[in-house]
Structures are given as C-alpha cells and as structure tokens.
Ligand binder design. Structure first.
Ligand SMILES: [Zn+2]
Ligand SMILES: [Zn+2]
Ligand SMILES: [Zn+2]
Length: 327
C-alpha cells in the first residue's frame, strides 16, 4: 500500500482538519447558508477560526476516501460571477413593467369581469365594478381562481409573471433560463476514513518513549522560549536531563505539495538558533529544493527527505543514534 501523504493533504490547515476527524471531534461537515457568506461550513470555521481556506479541500478528502458527500440543498447563483446575492424582480409578460399588483382574483360569471378582490370590495360586500351587481355565492355567481398579478401599466393579468434576477455583486441581469444552480453537500466521515488518516499521520509516541528511556527529557509538540523572549513551536525537542535549559535537539516536520523552499529552512534555523539548540533535524516531505538543501547544509541542519509517515520516527532515531554522544 502506498503510504505517501497525498499532496493536497499536506497543507497545515488540512492536517488540522484531519486531526480533528482522527480524534473523533467531527463525524460530518454540514453546510450552512447566510446572505453574507453564501455556503459555509461552521465546523470547519470552528477548527480553523482564522483561515480563509476555500472549501475545495473537502472534495480532495472525498477523492482520497476520507469523506463521502451527500446532497443537502441547492441555491441559485449568478451565471456570470457565481454570487448567491441575487435580487428577484417580477415583470409583466406583456409590457415588461415591474409595476405589478398581487392579489386574490375574482371572476364574475354573469358579466365575465375578472379583477383583484379589492376592486370588488364595497362596504363589506363584493360588488362587480363592471356591471354593478352584488356577488352572492362563491361557486354559483362568481369564483376565486387564485392569486394573480395585475399590471399597473398595461392592465394585463397573469398568474406567472416573468422573473428577472439582478446580481447583487456584478449587477448582471438575467432570467430564469440563464441562472446557475449550485448544489450544497454534507461531507460525512467514511467508516474507514480514520484508519486512512492514521496511515498518513506521523506518530512520534514510540520514538518519545525510546528517547525518554535513554534518559532525555522529551517534548512533543514542544514550545520553547528563546533568548529573544519569543516562544517557538517544534514538532519534537530533546532536553538535557541534567540541565533542562540545554536543548540538545529540535526536530520539525515540513510538508508541502511540491518541493520545500529555503524560507522554511531559514525560519527553522532562526527558531533553533533562538532556543540555542545544539542539533537540528528537519524532516522534509516530499523534499527540499536545491537552494534549500544548500542552505540546510550551511546551517548544519540534518535533513530527512522522501519518507513515508510511518518511516519518519525510525529515521529520526537513526539520525540521532549517529551522534554517539547523545545515545
Ligand atoms: Zn359583473
Ligand atoms: Zn403590462
Ligand atoms: Zn454576478
């Protein structure tokens, strides 16, 4: 089985979502709708409160068998810009006017006159405005065919006015035939989704135990205060048990869809330097680019590349064992 972490699942935000799924915090992501935001997923916003990640990664998680999508609802959107902020206008099919009066219609059988109910109302009774006769019994001398629209400009009556939509964002005008329909989906965690995530997670538990038994203070994840006073986060840190302020090792894992660049190497070095770490290991998945590798070499950073998640802890242990003074 291929244990490589698929590229789209290496983004830090996506890893946080995967962690929440793995730990059983969520079993499904249900969409919500608001005029401000359109379709959104409250549970994702809760896990990633300050991210503006688009929800496309949900489709990725479906593609990799972690989630399954189910139809939830659908909304209409602008065919031009995709916005959900639409304004609906009703127009007279005869003259195009928006000056429509809506109401319950009455048809007087005797003279055939049809108009809105309020035109028939006279002192609490119904009186035909055309022939002046009083309407007496529903179904006998008049009927109510339902709700209709009467044009205030040309007087024509219709049950189905033309619909015109105006996009609240790009101001495009379009009709029913042109509009787009956007489906909303609930994404449910697949029964074997958690074991898939397990396969793509890096488990440092065993490594921590081995190094702990070897006499080191192990922290993972580790937050260490640097000489500058800033707190730095590392995936893993080994401290000297005799002098816990002495940081023997810092280890970080960087994941990217493609090659990892020198910015990541530089920031790792800066953090390690600030906490006065003696040795530095950077696990790079899939690998560093050429310039980043040169930089890592100059900064004396041990680099571990092209590893499957399950092989990372043992590779880290091997790298530590190579320095005999530490184990
Ligand atoms: Zn009449
Ligand atoms: Zn009209
Ligand atoms: Zn638009």
């Amino acid at each position: 089985m291929n244990c490589e972490i698929p590229g789209p699942l290496r983004k830090p935000e996506v890893r946080r979502i995967l962690k929440a799924i793995k730990e059983g915090e969520v079993t499904e992501f249900k969409p919500s709708l608001s005029y401000e935001r359109g379709v959104f997923y409250p549970k994702i916003d809760k896990i990633l409160p300050d991210s503006n990640l688009d929800y496309g990664f949900l489709e990725d998680l479906e593609r990799y068998g972690i989630l399954r999508k189910e139809f939830y609802d659908a909304i209409v959107t602008c065919p031009s810009c995709g916005s959900h902020r639409l304004i609906l206008k009703l127009r007279c099919p005869s003259c195009g006017s928006t000056r429509l009066n809506k109401g319950s219609m009455i048809e007087h059988f005797r003279c055939g006159y049809v108009d809105l109910e309020d035109k028939f109302l006279k002192g609490g009774n119904l009186v035909c405005p055309k022939c002046g006769k009083e309407l007496r019994m529903l179904g006998v001398d008049y009927r109510r065919p339902g709700v209709f629209f009467k044009c205030g400009s040309c007087g024509s009556i219709t049950a189905i006015p033309d619909q015109e939509y105006v996009c609240g964002d790009c101001e495009k005008k379009f009709d029913l035939e042109e509009l787009s329909i956007k489906e909303m989906f609930t994404f449910k965690v697949e029964p074997n989704g958690r074991s898939l995530i397990e396969m793509w997670s890096i488990d440092f538990g065993e490594l921590a135990e081995v190094l702990g038994k070897a006499g080191y203070i192990v922290k993972y994840p580790a937050t260490l205060k640097g000489a500058s006073g800033v707190e730095h986060h590392f995936e893993f840190a080994l401290l000297n048990p005799e002098a816990p302020n002495n940081v023997e090792y810092v280890i970080d894992v960087e994941l990217e869809e493609n090659e990892i660049n020198e910015v990541k190497v530089l920031s790792f070095f800066a953090k390690a330097f600030d906490v006065k770490a003696k040795r530095k290991i950077l696990v790079a998945i899939p690998k560093l680019n050429r310039r980043a590798r040169e930089m890592a070499k100059n900064y004396k950073i041990t680099v571990l590349e092209n590893l499957s998640p399950k092989d990372i802890p043992s590779a880290v242990l091997e790298a530590i064992k190579k320095k005999k003074d530490l184990l």
